[in-house]
Design a protein around this ligand. Sequence first.
Ligand code: MCA
Ligand code: AMP
Length: 502
Amino acid sequence: MEPGLVQRARQHPDRTAVLAEDARFSYRELLQSSAGVAGRLLQGTDDLGEKRIAYLLPPGVSHVAIQWGIWRAGGIAVPLCTAHPPPEWEYVLRDSGAHLVVAHDSFAEQIRPVANRCGLTLIDDATAESDSSSVRLPSIPPSRRAMILYTSGTTSRPKGVVSTHGNLEAQIETLVRAWGWQPQDHILHVLPLHHVHGIVNVLCCALWSGATCEMLPRFEAGEVWGRFVRSPLTLFMAVPTVYSRLIAAWEAAPPSQRKVWSRACAGMRLMVSGSAALPVAVLEKWQRISGHRLLERYGMTEIGMALSNPLKGERRAGYVGSPLPGVEVRLVDDQEEPVETGTPGEIQVKGPGVFGEYWRRPEETRAAFTNGWFRTGDVAVVEEGCYRILGRQSVDIIKTGGYKVSALEIEEVLRTHPDIAECAVVGLPDREWGECVAAALVSRSGRSPAPDRLRLWAKARLAVYKVPRQFLQMDSLPRNLLGKVNKRELAKLFPSEESPAG
Ligand code: MCA
Ligand code: AMP
């Protein structure tokens, strides 16, 4: 048995699967190249048996061939983020118990010392040897673990979310059905490849459908507008910050340019927003600019997508629609009892796309479920059949630029700075980023570190989106009678520093 994506690729070998760096990669080439990768990873054994293979590659054909090669050899794919500093890579390598690391040449020097510290073999170009004719590949049942994605939560360090092939296929199939994916679709991929949005919703849905996934090295608003103009695309999916950036670039362009850019959107059949709340102002501006009413949907690393506005029918501004096919959703109160319609409650989700476990964290896994329902920690209300997200139960989870970050993780790192005695991290509302990370600091014996230097220091240790943008020096942190920092009150003490409207 082959992974579902591989089986489906055999049905349309000549179609274009991936376009990147001016190279075109057919499904046949993807099958050949990924079989070659699998052969190289197997190295004499007949099944990787769920060994974790970490990989660090920019978007492109090699990235996809390695992802598929890991799956075809029976391994668990553990994507590393190309923009992360080495300590973030090291955490993932150690936590996942990686067996080896595959890295693109352009990252080999940066990651080699990390791999050495972890005692791991580094393969710098697994696609080089692509003779797949003699490779015998193992059978991969749907219950086989396929991927570990790291997600921040209410614990200080990110947890590995384990999805099986069956989970991933369910996550893909529901979207393919709900959003009417076709072989003729052509999507532009601008999102990171270490999260569900970029991996499942964009890349895997395209390849499941026999469509074309065109990958840009990174998101840059001018590049994306230029690409919209160059030749027809049918689909685009992104986080709200990306749409805000596209709007800002459009508004800064001369009128003749604006016209060309707006006209280029006409050929698309669907534009989707998700990963964070889409401000109604962004939805409305984007509609005026592109003619498209964004389809907003709601999901999570642990479950894939759960709620979506319809492909056909009314897309209500400020709402995330209703459950996707095959996904069960309920809202419950503090006693885990379903709430009346119109009453807010925690979103809980059940279905074949829901993950089975946090990697090597049985306690946290147990706590995440109640009678088979996954607790999302998000609060919503149903109004006229549509879900509206009201926020999160935990003040320590921040969504910034579509990335989920943990205040506790950032605090733990900041506390290792020699001049910081105490700190508390909060998310502040921000028009461009949704929320923006901010830190209140109590310095050690009056030595307050300069914000610029502190940001540089933090960037060497944390992903850039976790690095606080605002700092507030305090004599002491505001605490309640139990000694807990009152973060909702603390957030109000920061001066308002909204970025320009999107
Ligand atoms: C970067 N910068 C930030 C942030 N990120 N500032 C504040 N908040 C942030 N979050 C700053 C950097 O420090 C730098 O400034 C400047 O912005 C440029 O940094 P760069 O990394 O180049 O940013 P970018 O490339 O412009 O990134 C913006 C982006 C990116 C494209 C919106 O954040 C992105 O790709 N987000 C998508 C994340 C995603 O896919 N999430 C899905 C998770 P300086 O030089 O001054 O330091 S999956 C999920 O959520 C579920 C399943 C779901 O429902 O989809
Ligand atoms: P992640 O853990 O990165 O997968 O992020 C999942 C979280 O993103 C959810 O728990 C929500 O808090 C948030 N999220 C995703 N989509 C939306 C949306 N359309 N509106 C509001 N929040 C969203």
